[in-house]
Design a binder for this molecule. Sequence first.
Ligand code: GAR
Length: 193
Amino acid sequence: MTKKRLAIFASGSGSNAEKIAEYFTGRTDIEISLILSNNPQAGVIARARRYQIPVVLFDRKTFYDTHRIIEILQNEHIDLVVLAGFMMLIPEAMVQAFPDKIVNIHPALLPKYGGKGMYGHFVHEAVVAAQELESGVSIHFVNERYDEGDIIFQATCEVIPTDTPEEVARKVQVLEHQHYPEVVDKLLSALNS
Ligand code: GAR
């Protein structure tokens, strides 16, 4: 049996990347081959080391003006690219090289609270400002536009009037950690080997 190979892109703390690494530990059919980041200060780098996953750091120019990252993914025979708190728009050439093979997690119920500038705490601040009664998590395929690809999975949590953005963030993070690894696992099993 050939192993399915994952690459995770992350720009920040990397708690979702770590949950995915933890979930697949001990699995003989799936491997996290690489963690890629545009941020040399990102917390995800230390987490990757703990799981002995190789890290690739790159800059904006390499990502947008060359095909280097696509080549790395192809050379590593990556089956699925997982964005976990990755804050850059995916270039069109990469979307085309991996059609329906790139997924993202967004900390709100898309199509609401998505798009450029809607990430991390900005999302939860907007949800609270709009007095929403629920928020949640969306996992979706990635296309050339922020947060617009087809939705694969959503889960909701309640927002109560006294919730601060930080409290909403905590509720959403619980859902992310609970569901992202399982959804990735299902997507990988659905891929032809
Ligand atoms: C997660 O909440 C993820 O949904 C969000 O960034 C956080 C990363 O946390 N992504 C976006 O806002 C993308 N638009 P982590 O680094 O601890 O996994």
